[in-house]
Design a protein around this ligand. Sequence first.
Ligand SMILES: [Zn+2]
Length: 455
Amino acid sequence: MHTDPGSTFDNNLRRFVTETREKGAYPVLFNSIVRRNFPPEGATENKGSYEKEGNILVDTHGEYLISPRKVAEEMGVPFVDLNKLTHDLVVGMGVEKSKELFMWVPAGKYDFCPKGKVDNTHLNIYGGKVVAGIAIEAVAKVVPELVPYIRYRDPEVYVADYKDNKECAVSYTFDDGLQEHYTLVFPEMEKVGFKGTFWVCGNTIENEVARQGKSRMTWPQMKEMSDKGHEISNHSWSHANLKHLNSDGVKMEIEKNDSIIGAMIGKKPLTFCYPFNAFDEVILRQASEGRVATRTRQHGVGGDKSKSTVESLDKWVKELMIAGDWGVAMIHGISTGYDAFTYPDILWEHFRRVKNQEDNIWVGTFREVAAYVKERKNVQLDIVKKKSQWVVTPRLSLDKELFDEPLTMVLDKKGREKVKVSQNGKSLLVKDRDDKLTFDFNPYGGAIKISFLTK
Ligand SMILES: [Zn+2]
């Protein structure tokens, strides 16, 4: 719907403010970020992109920038002039460098866009991060109550979103302990070096009737997988819908399965998967106790129901990469059974394709990725920068028995090729990739010394 500043656009903003307040939340109004519009000298209209650009950033929003400020004043809402802040950012970066913030696609770089693309309106991931940083600082100025909740990321040294600074993460999780997960999936995953997560119900392994005529994995098979680094975890004792049980029933379903897996595999499950993906707030709290995480979102991968093809899985992974997200695949049948693949080869071909992009995709078990992400969200870095040495002290107050994944730190290289890193006197392996240096560290391990050696 088209709205005009000074009338319908302003009314719409008033409506947002009122409805937000009615829901008990606190609105903040912003105006729009700036467009990267550098018309050549003498140009009379704004075209958005130009063969040859000029030097002066010219506004394209007009009156739309004024309305949010006006409505904010009128209704007593905090206001952020994000247009001015991003205007100053783009001008500060200059005509050439400011392209880095927007969705410019160079010609010939990507298969999906061979001719390239000029886009001066939409931010890319980098631009999104820069502008979000500016926006949050500005919000904190007008709503000081938010200050304690803001985490700053130093652009020169920070914890990577995912292990080894990869762009996204994928966990392959297999439900219900089916025999094919051992006979077909396990060898195929081993071929490409991926480790999976297998959710099993003890009762369906132990009890002929509970097996419902489906072949299931045996405990020795699962032990063999676990010894190779795969995760054998808890899917409840009898695949009961936990929402139909009282809290004692839920407790029994969870604990009985923990015990048998612990006894048969030698490792207590540290994650949990809800049968039928059925849970509520109370069940979630109960199942999460003493655990790294439970599976609360998943992407169905298979045939009958999920209709996965090699191409649809490619697209899923591409979207994860663009969003910097963690994808959790939920897989049941392989060649037969619930949601089995049209051809199992679809999954194996998908594995090979992901393997080929291993530099950008972290394939980890559900436990590993969940632990990493929670540690990364909670760790705080105290950073002291001196000329030839930085000292970065991580602080993390999670249960270190549960959350024991090393984190990856990223260093902006900026001509600092020769870097030595040590934590607690132990030297850490520094990897060099593109314009970044990375190293793994122990988030509970105390101060990290980063020394820059002059040539
Ligand atoms: Zn299940």
